[in-house]
Design a protein around this ligand. Structure first.
Ligand code: COA
Ligand code: MG
Length: 297
């Protein structure tokens, strides 16, 4: 077995490869530091004062300040872990000391690094933060818990959201039983978000023009890679989507090109911080403010 932490899958896992019509077996290559998929469980992370101080001093000042403005610990934790993932990936991939890594945000707020050909993306939902990093390949990631947690009734939520879906997608979602309608909804949502995050536009574009056509059902321990994307009716064959089901979460990685999927590895706070360097001054007040916050709403 190839134990990858979050997802335990055989090394020769069966997947539906992007360009094969038939169910097939693809030989996995071991993860190298330049092809990374990480998952972190924030639900089981209760940082000590020392941990929070180390983490907050190991990220860029503007990110530290942004994270300091979150009302709840949950949101601050998810965002700081995303920042540590970005810095760990880049310092290992580029082989530069942690303190010399300088990321910025593009016009749509996407974290990027200039001058190096490394692409990465972060997503968080529920307890989890996920990260995908690649060299020379545009990448986007999204995670969603397959359970509706909004304030409105599910019926009302679906009524409001359906305008973001192509008619064919909506028909596909509504074919499901009540229970799996929600999972199907989140599967399509993850596909859409992973794509708009890879292109970097975010949710500023008309999501109805993006139509996904799944070929197979999403199942545990199987990575799907054959879902097709049509934009304004045109097949976008240069984009691939690796879809994972973990616990009651859907994770989708969108890649420009066609590459073998990589298993997610469960990463710990110690892993994330082991090569970190403190890049800002000690700030007792920052830590106090964090510990005075409620965990979640
Ligand atoms: N493209 C790709 N990734 C982005 C991004 C973008 N435009 N903006 C932010 N991200 C990254 C960040 O790392 C962010 O983590 P952080 O908030 O801790 O820094 C992470 O994606 C969040 O992803 P996720 O957890 O999946 O968040 P979400 O489901 O709430 O949605 C977006 C994320 C990007 C799709 C959504 O926020 C969006 O579309 N925003 C619109 C952007 C916009 O309108 N910008 C106008 C200029 S301000
Ligand atoms: Mg998201």
């Amino acid at each position: 077995m190839y134990h990858s932490g979050c997802l335990t899958v055989p090394k020769n896992i069966n997947i539906y490869a992007h360009h094969f019509k038939e169910f097939c077996t693809v030989q996995f290559t071991m993860t190298t530091s330049n092809r990374v998929r990480w998952v972190f469980d924030c639900g089981n992370w209760f940082p000590s004062e020392n941990d929070w101080s180390k983490a907050s001093r190991s990220i860029q000042l503007e990110e530290k300040e942004r994270i300091g403005r979150f009302v709840f610990k949950r949101d601050a934790k998810r965002s700081i872990i995303g920042q540590l993932m970005i810095r760990k990936f880049l310092s290992e991939a580029i082989q530069l000391p942690w303190s010399q890594i300088k990321t910025k945000r593009d016009l749509n707020n996407k974290p990027i690094i200039e001058g190096f050909n490394f692409n990465f993306n972060v997503s968080h939902d529920g307890n989890f933060v996920v990260f995908a990093g690649e060299e020379n390949i545009s990448i986007g990631i999204d995670i969603m818990k397959n359970c509706y947690k909004g304030g409105k009734s599910l019926k009302e939520f679906f009524r409001l959201m359906h305008r973001n879906f192509h008619l064919n997608e909506w028909a596909y979602i509504n074919k499901g039983t009540d229970m799996n309608k929600t999972s199907l909804f989140y599967r399509f949502w993850c596909l859409k978000e992973s794509y708009v995050k890879a292109t970097g536009t975010g949710l500023t574009i008309d999501l109805k023009q993006i139509c996904f056509v799944p070929k197979n059902e999403l199942k545990k321990d199987i990575i799907l890679g054959d879902t097709e994307l049509f934009v304004r009716g045109k097949l976008m064959s240069d984009w691939s989507f690796h879809e994972y089901l973990y616990d009651d979460y859907t994770i989708t990685v969108c890649i420009k090109g066609s590459i073998t999927p990589v298993n997610f590895k469960l990463i710990t706070f110690q892993d994330l911080i082991s090569n970190a360097e403190m890049i800002t001054e000690e700030d007792e007040n920052y830590c106090k403010l964090y510990f005075n916050k409620e965990e979640h709403p």
